[in-house]
Design a protein around this ligand. Sequence first.
Ligand SMILES: C[S@@+](CC[C@H](N)C(=O)[O-])C[C@H]1O[C@@H](n2cnc3c(N)ncnc32)[C@H](O)[C@@H]1O
Length: 218
Amino acid sequence: MERTPWPEVWREGRELFTPNLEPGVRVYGEPLRLVQGVEYRRWDPWRSKLAALLLQGAPAELLQRPGAALYVGGAHGTTVSHLSDLWPETPIFVVEKSPTAFASLLALARRRRNLLPLLADAQLPERYRADVGEVDFLYQDVAQRDQVGIFRENADACLAGSGRGLLMLKVRSVTQRKSAAAIARESRAGLAAAGFGVEEERPLAPFAREHLALVLRR
Ligand SMILES: C[S@@+](CC[C@H](N)C(=O)[O-])C[C@H]1O[C@@H](n2cnc3c(N)ncnc32)[C@H](O)[C@@H]1O
């Protein structure tokens, strides 16, 4: 196992790993590895866009431990379970609107105490902003038409002035009628109008087609 630029993320060749917060337990069928008394979970870039982004190259500061984080679009917890491994002391609020996916998140959160799931629509952050308070890191992966608007509203509701963000933009969910380049340009403009600069922009192919990862800072 070798260190990577991202704290607590390890690698062996092209494979990434995080230390398992819950030894002996898999979240999505991932292989476990025991190395010198520490158990690691393999982080699958075909299942997690964040792992894909790390393999494509991401700034080291991206995964610096925040005081609190908001994760929008938790689904069944694949990616957020790895953030839970990386930041055991950080409260991570996880918004998900599908009751089926939320049930998986609840089960995960019973075992991983740093995960705080919220069954809610991310288009209505005013319904959970009082529960979440202020966070330093906002992650969004929702594949909705108005992904930039949802990100902006969640940032306005919960992200600290100096906070950082990561938007996994599914280009084709925005519209089928414009080119990917035009959608990316308009998304960057919408984020700039809300005071966000794009620190990095990376396509996630081949792991997630038609997705762009945007690393953002106010
Ligand atoms: C692509 S999946 C997320 C995968 C997850 N981020 C991961 O890597 O493990 C998108 C999720 O966003 C949720 N979602 C979509 N629109 C939403 C909204 N308006 N509010 C909350 N969740 C939403 C969907 O139900 C789905 O579970």
